[in-house]
Design a protein around this ligand. Structure first.
Ligand code: EAX
Length: 320
């Protein structure tokens, strides 16, 4: 049931005649139920149910469009969303700094920044926009796939039509590479690849495997060009209807769900590329990332103007 807290009074014990209040919350996420997003959703549901002795029941719907789900949370017609940061900068502009390519060295660096003061301060910007950000999750480092040719070098990407997220920071980067960025909701990507509306797309390994892109893409280049964070968000209207103790329960449960999501990403990272090879993809593993980074250099002037060079450097140089 959509909306703020949907209160369902279920029949209580016939012996005592007591009625037990059960609250059903609707959660949306962007990919298949078996994906890392599905893991976050089911872990959150399990944790909330256990910690509340069954009071909170989460019903999850996979394959939702991220921007629309966030909008629904904002107006209170969807209670919980697990999403990448793809469209988040359209709601909380300061957060888009995390979407800058080659900003994070590796998974440890990204997680440390998001879990540390920089990331935690960003979460505080959400309530003003009608959303409560419960925790940072993870989508993973993104890689490029396409149906035209192996990309060994930045120059090989020139002229390709590549679907990007609805994210200005990403679009700026792809334009810089000479790629024609085509933003669209993730829900439309498989069909767009299949029909040739776009030549390629870019996503982390766990999304490429869960979405069966090997069926419609021949070449995978392990560019790791940008880290893609995920977030566990909640409608502020729903959150405000909880007691302080329940609010803490949601934060704690989201932290456990985020951890499970990161573990799932790591697990798929370790076997996903082999799986994609077996599914027929040609994988370019030997990538000179410095070349891609250098090709993107001019885009950094734009990023510095938008976010402030000192804010970018603070993330880049962060050590816990
Ligand atoms: O959040 O839109 C995207 O490419 C995202 O990475 C995907 O939906 C998972």
């Amino acid at each position: 049931m959509a909306g703020a807290l949907a209160l369902a009074l279920t029949a209580g014990s016939a012996l005592t005649g007591a009625a037990r209040a059960e609250t059903t919350l609707q959660l949306g996420h962007p990919t298949a139920a078996t994906s890392h997003y599905g893991v976050a959703a089911s872990t959150l549901a399990d944790e909330l149910s256990r910690r509340s002795n069954g009071k909170f029941k989460v019903v999850s719907t996979p394959n939702g469009a991220e921007r629309e789900m966030i909008e629904s949370a904002q107006i209170g017609t969807l209670d919980l969303v697990v999403t990448s940061t793809g469209p988040v900068g359209n709601f909380v502009p300061e957060v888009a700094v995390v979407d800058i390519p080659f900003l994070f060295k590796d998974y440890d660096h990204a997680r440390a920044v998001l879990d540390g003061p920089i990331g935690q301060d960003m979460l505080k910007l959400f309530p003003d926009k009608g959303i409560v950000a419960l925790a940072w999750g993870e989508n993973g480092f993104r890689h490029i796939t396409n149906s035209k040719r192996p990309i060994n070098d930045p120059a090989d990407a020139k002229g390709l039509k590549v679907r990007t997220m609805e994210n200005q920071v990403h679009m700026t980067a792809f334009r810089q590479l000479g790629v024609l960025p085509t933003p669209m909701a993730f829900t439309e990507v498989f069909t767009a690849l299949q029909q040739g509306t776009v030549d390629g797309q870019e996503n982390p390994i766990p999304v490429i495997t869960a979405s069966k892109f090997a069926q419609v893409q021949k070449y995978l280049t392990l560019t790791g060009h940008v880290y893609s964070p995920a977030m566990i968000l909640m409608a502020r209207s729903t959150f405000d209807g909880l007691t302080a103790e329940e609010q803490q329960m949601f934060r704690d449960s989201a932290a456990v769900a985020a951890k499970a999501m990161r573990e799932k990403v790591a697990a798929v990272e370790s076997n996903g590329v082999d799986e994609l090879r077996k599914a027929g993809m040609e994988v370019i593993t030997d990538v000179d990332r410095t070349k891609f980074q250098q090709a993107l250099e001019p885009a950094y002037a734009e990023y510095s103007k938008r976010f402030g060079k000192e804010n970018i450097d603070r993330i880049r140089n962060y050590t816990p």
